[in-house]
Ligand binder design. Structure first.
Ligand code: CAA
Ligand code: NAD
Length: 284
């Protein structure tokens, strides 16, 4: 098993920033990369704010907060992959974009480096196939919000080696997370179960069964879910929800996974949920 010291996180959106934060707080040297300077700035601002809150709550002292921030660097290129032991990719849920990044990472990263994807649903085996190291490609699926949620779903592609799996499991545990092993099928376990529920809640809006707030209330009070499905969809991002439903629909060829037309319409309108200020609800 290789020792992981240097980590590169690709994509500084809500997931990438959270992933970079937990690695830096756990003592890893971290490069956070994004093609958008604005996203890097926003991602770092969120990390600083959350680490400051950890200090306020007494879960971190000020020296630890400073040390975590000092371990974090940002970049707009992939060059830093040359020093990485582990890369965690967390860019948009789009196979063409991810495949292009994995090809570049494969050319840059040292031979021992593990290339992980935080994809919600895309086939790890297909991502691995664009590299010359499919044994070192794996799914490392964090849950949102990353600093709070305990699970990392670890997805083995067809060629993922036992050694790669063991390193990633141990690394997830070093972050205080629990790793659960899953095989590579569309949506894995998490989104194969979660996303059809969210899609069904959207059908309830589409068919006029109830207002969004009523649907959320039913699931919160009736099923003890911490967030209703439409609040959760807005929180995840409606673009991400739609991409996941499309992967399930195409991957299984089963119409039970057909994305709700209302979800498509919202995404086309740019109503992506919390991150764009509007989805099923309106945000400040
Ligand atoms: N980032 C970091 N921390 C956050 C946060 C965020 N976005 N939102 C809330 N928190 C923290 C708060 O700071 C608070 O921590 P403190 O101990 O410092 O107070 C803690 O979480 C609890 O927050 P609140 O008291 O404000 O609110 P809450 O009790 O409702 O909890 C929640 C918030 C943890 C997000 C909870 O609502 C929840 O568990 N929601 C469901 C989340 C979920 O299902 N995630 C999985 C999404 S699916 C996925 O990730 C996979 C995929 O591929 C799409
Ligand atoms: P997001 O929209 O918040 O962020 C995506 C980031 O990727 C943006 O900052 C964008 O600038 C960046 N990006 C786009 N193309 C890039 C490229 N070529 N190189 C570098 N950066 C690029 O998305 P997110 O919610 O953080 O999701 C990221 C990934 O994590 C997706 O694969 C998603 O399915 C997965 N995921 C999301 C959630 C969730 O709840 N949102 C949970 C688990 C996993």
């Amino acid at each position: 098993m290789n020792e992981v010291k240097n980590v590169m996180v690709i994509g500084a959106g809500q997931m990438g920033a959270g992933i970079a934060q937990v690695f830096a707080a756990a003592g890893y040297q971290v490069f956070l990369q994004d093609i958008s300077a604005a996203q890097l700035e926003k991602g770092m601002a969120g990390i600083e704010q959350r680490l400051a809150r950890e200090v306020d709550k007494g879960r971190l002292n000020d020296e630890e907060r400073r040390a975590a921030l000092a371990r974090l660097r940002t970049t707009e290129t992939l060059e830093a992959a040359r020093e990485a032991d582990l890369v965690v990719e967390a860019v948009v849920e789009n196979m063409a974009v991810k495949a292009d990044i994995f090809k570049q990472l494969d050319a840059l990263a040292p031979a021992h480096a593990i290339l992980a994807s935080n994809t919600s649903s895309l086939p790890i085996t297909e991502i691995a196939a664009v590299t010359r190291r499919p044994d070192k490609v794996i799914g490392m699926h964090f849950m949102n919000p990353v600093p709070v949620m305990k699970l990392v779903e670890v997805i083995r592609g067809l060629a993922t080696s036992d050694d790669t799996f063991a390193t990633v499991r141990q690394t997830a545990e070093s972050l205080g997370k629990t790793a659960v092993e899953v095989n590579d099928f569309p949506g894995f376990v998490s989104n194969r179960v979660l996303m059809p529920m969210i899609n069904e809640a959207i059908y309830c809006v589409y068919e006029g069964v109830a207002e969004p707030a009523a649907i959320d209330e039913v699931m919160k009070l009736g099923m003890n879910h911490p967030m209703g499905p439409l609040t959760l969809a807005d929180f995840i991002g409606l673009d991400t929800c739609l991409s996941i439903m499309e992967v399930l629909h195409e991957g299984f060829g089963d119409d039970k996974y057909r994305p709700c037309p209302l979800l498509r319409k919202y995404v086309k309108a740019g109503w992506l949920g919390r991150k764009s200020g509007r989805g099923f609800y309106v945000y400040d």
